[in-house]
Every structure is written in structure tokens, then in C-alpha cells.
Design a protein around this ligand. Sequence first.
Ligand SMILES: O=C(O)CCC(=O)C(=O)O
Length: 300
Amino acid sequence: METKIHKISNSGYFQILMLLLKTAMAKGSWLLHLITFLTISMLFGGSLVQLTLLNRIDVNVPHMKIDGEEAILRQGSIKTEVVSWSPRVFVFHNFLSEEECDYLRTIAGPRLVNSSVVNIKTGKPMLSPHRTSTGMFFRKKEWEHPIVERIETRIAAFSHVPKENGEPMQVLRYKEKQYYREHFDYFSNHLNLEKRGGQRIATMLMYLSDNVEGGETYFPAAGNGKCSCAGMTVDGVSVKPIKGDAVLFWSMTLNGSVDRTSFHAGCEVLSGEKWSATKWMRQNTFVSSNSSINHQNRNE
Ligand SMILES: O=C(O)CCC(=O)C(=O)O
């Protein structure tokens, strides 16, 4: 509506200008100055009116009223980087604040136990030389802690997967020489697939510590170039663990089938300690239970 009014007034201006131009040609130079002035005011004045109108329209749009949400979502702080489209891998720089990283580490520290993997035959957790980190899972009542709660809200917003589909958050620590060999996060065993929310579709991995040498998250099937994994140059793409950054990757393709290019690993830590928090997301609402199914990952 406003644009239409603006167009009509511009064409009116144009007709007057043409008339003045004809007269200026006939009469003298002072009229040329007047025409220049009118032309400039038409161009700039018109744009300013338009910007003012647009601004007024925006202010009244309900989605602009985000108040407290922008702090929870760290709007203005997080920078998204597309790392790969096959598999789909994204890095969110500055996803967690220093305080959030330190909080997760403090809670997890005293509760770390050896990490396990999924036994493909039994669906039960087991220790494996493929995964040498220690880790812990947050208990259900801890999900309500304000810091955990706002991280969960942010993960849901950035992954586009509802909170309810997430398994409990897990914190991992890799000391020097520890690693997690190549694996898929999706289940290939029916025992886990049919229960408790279906297939794992995506993973959000958040780095909680700095000054780590090695310890990259490595995607051998991504890209066409070379990257670094535990000090070696290898094919694929790797993400360096930087405190506060997060990597989101998808275990399913856009057509809904499992993505075999989502194969990935946690490279060996060469020096320092790598701490990370993992969120696995399911197809449907995750059904928690007392069973140890929570505490597993790799399909052995
Ligand atoms: O620690 C890493 O970089 C990889 C972790 C991982 O592969 C996983 O949690 O599924």
C-alpha cells in the first residue's frame, strides 16, 4: 500500500521535473540548480520515506518480540559454518559460553566412568578398545537445572529437532592417547531401533576445553581434500576441538535413509585433555528407562 503511494508521488515529481527542464532550457541557469535540488530530494527523500515505513512495519511483527530468548539462544554470538553437505556437518562457533562449558565439566568430573559401545547382538553396552574415553550421563532431574535447560533449548533451536527427541546429555573426557575410532551414530541393530524413540538421526557435539593437540572430530568421507587427525594428514574433513564450539552432524540423508557418509571418529589426543558434551537425537520422542541402553553408542 505504502509502496503504491510512493510510486504515484514519484511519477508526479517526474512530470514536474520534465516541465521545469523544458523551461530551464529556454530561460536560464538558476532553474538548472533548482532541478538538481529537486532530483536529489526525490531520490533520497523517497528512499527515506520508504525505509521509515518498512521500519514501522517490522517493529509491529510479533516474531521481533524475542526478549529473553535471544540470551538463551546466544543470538549475535554464534556463527554458523557449513563444513560439509555430504555428510551434513555444521560448526556453530561460540555455541556455549565459558561459564556453561565449565559448569558441565564441574558436574561431570567426579562421575566419569569408562565409556562403552553397543553390542550389536545383545543391544547391551560393553567396553571396547574402539572407545577409550571416560564419560557420564546427566540424570533426568538435572535436565531441569537452568544451565542444562538453556543448553537443551539452544540445541533444539539450532538442530531443528525437538528437545523431547534428545537422549540425556553425555559429557566425555579424553586424556592423552585416548580416542574414539570410526563409527556411525545410527543404530544398525533392531533391538535399539524399535525401542525408545527410533533411529538416531543427528548428533550435537560441544567442545568444553581448549589447548588440546589432536582430538579432532574426523569425517573421512566428507569433502575432497586433506585434513589433520592426531598429527597425521588424512583424506576427509576434521573439526578442531575449540572450547565453546559445537559440531552438528546428521546420520540420515535428506531422503530419510541412513547416511553411510556420516562415518566419523574422535582422533587421538596428543596433548592436553579434550572434554566434550554429546547430544544424540532420535526420530521420535525419546523414552527414558532405567536400562543401560542410555550408556552406549557404537554398533559393534
Ligand atoms: O569425540 C569426538 O570428537 C567424536 C565423538 C563421537 O563420535 C560421538 O560421540 O559419537
